[in-house]
Design a protein around this ligand. Structure first.
Ligand SMILES: [Zn+2]
Length: 198
């Protein structure tokens, strides 16, 4: 069985992925950051932990083989395929507040991932306090030897994808990033596709 969901540019989405199913996220047009959170579908207080994921694998980037860890130290999903190469889980999601600090006060009214997450989490009875450090699929955040981080030009090509095998029933919440002030979306936010199989 296969379910296909198209997420328009700049929009949020959420869906359940059952244990044993695989969720594929496709960067349909390339260079599109896909801000993503995961929650235990039966207990939202257990959720994706960027810190535990990086500590468990001893590396800062997410790619094939990465086990996405929960706040309870359990494996939520395993990355089984990755045609793009690496993904960020350090830089967080964009917000109206961070936009004004980074890009000037006139960006205050631009839509941001934090607003997408608030809207989508509200559909599941959660609020902004449930937003935790997220994964940025297809976002290129090189970390230099001295530890400096930058949000750089995306390296994903049209059609690049990641596959994630669920180890538990999870709620996946996505913000298709609307950022237009830095190169994470090639300055042109575009649609992405999600396919749940199994
Ligand atoms: Zn964003």
């Amino acid at each position: 069985m296969e379910h296909v969901f198209d997420i328009p540019a700049e929009k949020p989405w959420s869906g359940i992925v059952r244990a044993g199913q695989t969720i594929r996220i496709i960067d349909s047009h390339g260079q599109q950051a896909v801000d993503t959170l995961f929650y235990n579908a039966h207990d939202f207080s257990e959720r994706y932990s960027a810190q535990d994921t990086m500590r468990a694998q001893g590396a800062a980037y997410i790619t094939t083989g990465t086990r996405l860890m929960s706040s309870e130290g359990r494996v939520m999903l395993i990355l089984t395929a990755d045609s793009a190469g690496r993904h960020d889980t350090s830089a967080g999601c964009c917000s109206c507040e961070s936009n004004t600090v980074r890009f000037g006060h006139d960006t205050r009214y631009l839509h941001a991932c934090r607003e997408n997450f608030i809207l989508e989490l509200a559909r599941h009875g959660m609020s902004k306090r449930d937003i935790v450090p997220n994964i940025n699929f297809f976002m290129n955040v090189p970390i230099s030897p001295d530890g400096a981080m930058t949000i750089d030009d995306g390296i994903s090509s049209p059609g690049d994808h990641v596959d994630l095998l669920a180890e538990m029933d999870v709620l996946c919440v996505i913000s298709n990033c609307p950022q237009v002030n830095n190169p994470c979306n090639g300055f042109d936010p575009s649609p992405v596709r999600v396919i749940i199989r199994g």
